[in-house]
Design a protein. Sequence first.
Length: 345
Amino acid sequence: MSNSFSANLLLWFDQHGRHDLPWQLNITPYRVWISEVMLQQTQTTTAAPYFTNFIDTFPSIDKLASASIDTVLHNWTGLGYYARARNLHKAANLLMDKYNGELPMSVSELEALPGIGPSTAGAIVAICANRKATILDGNVKRVLARCFAIDGWPGKKATAKALWQKAEQLTPDTRVRDYTQAIMDLGATLCTRTSPDCSNCPFETECIAHQSNRSDQFPAKKPKKVVPVRTTTMLVIENPQGELLLQQRLSTGLWSGLWSFPEGDAIKDTLLQLDIETTLIESQARKEKFRHSFTHFHLEITPVHVKLTDTPATIGGKPIVWYSPSAPAEIGLTGPVTRLLKELG
Ligand code: SF4
């Protein structure tokens, strides 16, 4: 089926695929790399404006490498999975040191760079060099699992192996660039997670899952684990100028290097650690709690809005900024900060 699979897919792509996404225009290895990394955990419509802004701000590997990590994280704020931005920055510096500021065009060399796995490496080689290479991102996994009824959760080794073998076997020798874009596009536009548009799909008559009315069963879901819930209180401390106190997180661990509101279970203790005298407090309002979820736990956050009558002279021992929402500093913010800033309007 491999020849007919790719021929079918390419025929569909020529007529119905998307050809004007920002990263499909003016294809360069740098642009493809940035887009593939953004698309690893972000949907096309969300990623597109971020991509355009990122490329405008860092138009080359050299510009990305020489930017400060804070500026890179600032431009990533809102996309989540910040390790991707940190790895892009690290990889850009490695490319400057080792490869003269160019991306190498081999899967093995690309895979050795931070944040580039086999599928992203395959996509870069296939799209940029139009050379045969395998890709298997989330969209492709879904299409293949359904078309060929491949059982099991794709996070399981055996399932991942079966999917990779199928992806390898189906990749054609010619028009690899188009094929690569086409299969990702089919997964993103027709073979969607919850409501696949099978009547417009080029595989309608061959797809095993669809033919047996089981498209909702593929790919199999991740086995459910009970995810623990942790709680915290975030202090949104505002000075009389309307600026908000942000602290930089440690360079390792959760939200490493990003800027966030001070946290602690007891409000008084947190203020004490920041050397903020209680006499400076004008008002204090507890806001509705909300949940921020990570892969391994949920964080239940209770925000407390503290208004000060003055800006304290000293603030704890850690790096801080007084962040002005109307003239934001170029720093990376955590998800809850972005959310609370929006709520504060
Ligand atoms: S027929 Fe439906 S389930 Fe099968 S690949 Fe096409 S869109 Fe997906």
